[in-house]
Design a protein around this ligand. Structure first.
Ligand code: ADP
Ligand code: 3PG
Ligand code: MG
Length: 405
């Protein structure tokens, strides 16, 4: 596999680098609630500054309804945070591709940073507009994509831009690809753990890994769809028709051979979720809500983790926001951390799943914690990655479309 890495650029001094980062982080009253993605992005910024280039940062934040400036989605708090972290001047510009941005960039000296406003305030961004891409390209000499988490999107600052500037992968993007590639050619046995809510977003992953994974362990609300498909009572638990249909189809085709379902569950029968009982799968009543995997399942799944060589995990096993229903997820996080120190190569991704690593203080014990939620699923499922296209070649057979820039 070959990556067009920024490390291969010979002379970066004085070069204007348009750096696409994913600084889409939760912000409340101007405070960054989770700095994980920003911290992961620092290495590339510091590398470019050290090489004396002029760094122009582009990112999105949230999903503004209309492509209009909205203070709620401003990147100013992120720019301020970055300034404190790297202890360097960060010149935030309340503009993206207009006159103000152009002027700020034209005044830049080597090793300086200009931070542009939310790229999603531009209506061309989500349309992958060539016009917007050309405007952005005029600001710089080189484009660097370090935003793995948005590389599954065909957006102007991620995809179209590469047509107009010599383009490279940033250090974080490179690391994401190198680590996630290990799940595509895994050391066996590979165990996949999938939880969370939306089965639809995880279907391609299950399908893709149905043979490659030694076992696929399911948990979270998405397991409810399989329980229903098998004819079990799930009471008032979260389920959706489309996902049940998919589960039934998969079972009919015999594609669920490697899929393991929880054998017991933590349930509540109150809407307030304050009571918690452990029940076997066949004991679930009409008024029950399934909110976590049970104690038996935790032990059962821990054995699989222990015997694995590779583990990929996305999606919590239960409603981890509720005190009484976080046990399953946290227990698996701890088990994965312990085994990662010994024999397992572990990869974890997904907003709430990473939250579980933080709650258990195990984030540094996992071999690779991906900054991509949807992007990690798309990458592992072999879906198109417009942000990576042209930057990587010889990745994996199902990725041959990437080789053609
Ligand atoms: P990630 O962000 O890690 O990819 P998801 O977004 O797919 O994970 O799912 C996280 C959400 O799943 C959490 O908000 C959690 O409350 C919810 N969840 C997990 N299990 C259940 C369940 N049994 N019932 C209802 N919600 C659940
Ligand atoms: C993420 O948080 O997963 C990325 O920033 C992508 O955001 P998006 O789903 O709004 O494109
Ligand atoms: Mg989530």
């Amino acid at each position: 596999m070959k990556i067009k890495s920024i490390k291969n650029i010979k002379n970066l001094a004085g070069k204007r680098v348009l750096l696409r980062c994913d600084f889409n982080v939760p912000v409340k009253n101007g405070r960054i609630l989770d700095d994980y993605k920003i911290i992961k992005g620092l290495e590339t910024i510091e590398y470019l500054l050290k090489k004396k280039s002029k760094v122009i940062i582009v990112s999105h934040l949230g999903r503004p309804d209309t492509a209009k400036k909205d203070a709620k989605y401003s990147l100013l708090p992120v720019a301020k945070f970055l300034k404190e972290k790297i202890k360097k001047q960060v010149n935030f510009v309340n503009d993206i591709s207009g006159f103000q941005a152009g002027t700020a960039v034209s005044r830049m000296k080597n090793s300086e940073i200009v931070f542009l406003e939310n790229i999603r305030f531009e209506k061309g961004e989500k349309k992958n507009s060539a016009i917007l891409a050309r405007h952005l390209a005029k600001l710089a000499d080189i484009y660097v994509n370090d935003a793995f988490a948005v590389s599954h999107r065909a957006h102007a600052s991620v995809s179209a831009i590469k047509k107009y500037l010599p383009s490279y992968a940033g250090l974080l993007l490179e690391k994401e690809i190198l680590h996630l590639e290990k799940a595509l050619k895994p050391k066996q046995p590979l165990i996949l753990i999938i939880g969370g809510v939306k089965l639809a977003t995880k279907i391609p992953l299950i399908t893709k890994f149905r043979k490659k994974a030694h076992r696929i362990l399911l948990g979270g609300a998405l397991a409810n769809n399989f329980f229903t498909a098998h004819g079990y009572e799930i009471g008032r638990s979260l389920v959706d028709k489309e996902s049940v249909k998919f589960a039934k189809k998969l079972i009919k085709k015999g594609w669920d051979k490697n899929i393991i379902l929880p054998i017991d569950l933590r349930v509540s029968n109150k809407k307030s979720f304050w009571d918690a009982h452990n029940k076997k799968l066949n004991e679930i009543g009409k008024r029950d809500y399934i909110l976590d995997i049970g104690y038996g399942t935790v032990d059962f799944y821990k054995k699989y983790i222990k015997s694995a060589a590779t583990v990929v995990w996305n999606g919590p096993m239960g409603m981890l926001e509720e005190q009484k229903f976080k046990y399953g997820t946290l227990a698996l996080a701890r088990s994965l951390a312990i085994n990662s120190e010994k024999s397992v190569f572990s990869i974890v991704g997904g907003g709430e799943t990473i939250e579980a690593l933080k709650m258990t203080k195990t984030i540094n014990d996992i071999n690779w914690v991906s900054t991509g939620g949807g992007a990690m699923l798309a990458f592992l499922s072999g879906e198109k990655m417009p942000g990576i296209k042209g930057l990587v070649s010889g990745l994996h057979s199902s990725f041959c479309h990437l080789a053609r820039a």
